[in-house]
Ligand binder design. Sequence first.
Ligand code: KG4
Ligand code: ZN
Length: 351
Amino acid sequence: MVLGIESSCDETGAGLVRDGVLLGQAVASSMDEHARYGGVVPEIAARAHVHAMAPVVREALDRAGLTLGDVGAVAVTTGPGLSGALQVGVAAAKSYAFSLGVPLYGVHHLAGHVAAAGLAGGPLPNPCVVLIVSGGHTSLLLVRDLARDPIVHLGDTLDDAAGECFDKTARILGLPYPGGPAIDRAARDGDPRAVRLPRPLTGAGDDPYAFSFSGLKTAAARWVEGHRAVGTEPRVPDAAASLQEAIADTLTRKAVRACTDHGIGTLVVVGGVAANSRIRALTEQRCAAAGIALRVPPLALCTDNGAMVAAIGDLLVRAGAEPAPLDVSIDPSAPLEYAALTPRPRARRAA
Ligand code: KG4
Ligand code: ZN
């Protein structure tokens, strides 16, 4: 049984996975402590991880009806993320691994998001297209065997991530942090056609799989300024609904196209932004129309958590991957190439 530990941003997560089955998990968040600053304050996040780590691990074990003695391996996010925050999780994971005498695995946070989808509805098919949409990343990936094969990037964002676009526009609209859920809520009372917003990089000559979201945020800002210049208050729900529609339309169009172009029958949508109600609904609709099977993890597995890290650890253990040394270090800007950060899976190394 693998204990997974996540601490790359503002969530302290612990999860327990055995043979692809989630046995228990617990998450503590320092989000409320950051809200008044309008974004995550790295030092506050790191200190909150120190306080939450041991209780969160204990809670996950209690929920699973297990004890530390049942832990057979420890997996931890070693990157990417905030360095101080990552350090706390890695220090905790090393302590558990060393004191329990079990192997340690360092994993990539985004690969964890992908693996989370395999905890609900069975293992992910090989191959599948993965749309990963979080606060810091937006990518279309071609994923084969997560534990063994390199992850192929079909396209990435050229500037802001989708979540960043939600968060920054929410701020412009005067909505609270985190912006994504606030826009999702506000959009319920809005008209998605009220504000004409562009669909970036969807023209005939554009890269079909690349994203660009910074222009959307600017367009929304111009719209707000335009209203204020003539003394009218912008209708926030309309702006929220229009922005959400522009992001959902762009993401789902490109994701479905990636599947059809590559002849792949399954689309997996993961990351915090996959919690968005309109993105979920529109992907469902477009995948159904294109005959593509859709996998979106339940909400609790979309945002950062420890179960996703345990899920990767579980895949690595079962693939016979080489564990990380106890002096493994964090990599705050790790590119997404393999699920395991260090060392590379044995099969690939020998190849
Ligand atoms: O994956 P995640 O929890 O953390 C990162 O690794 O970045 O993603 C956080 C992002 C934030 O930008 C947040 O605003 C966004 O996910 N988010 C949402 C929703 N819930 C969270 N965005 C749109 N709609 C939501 N319902
Ligand atoms: Zn994340």
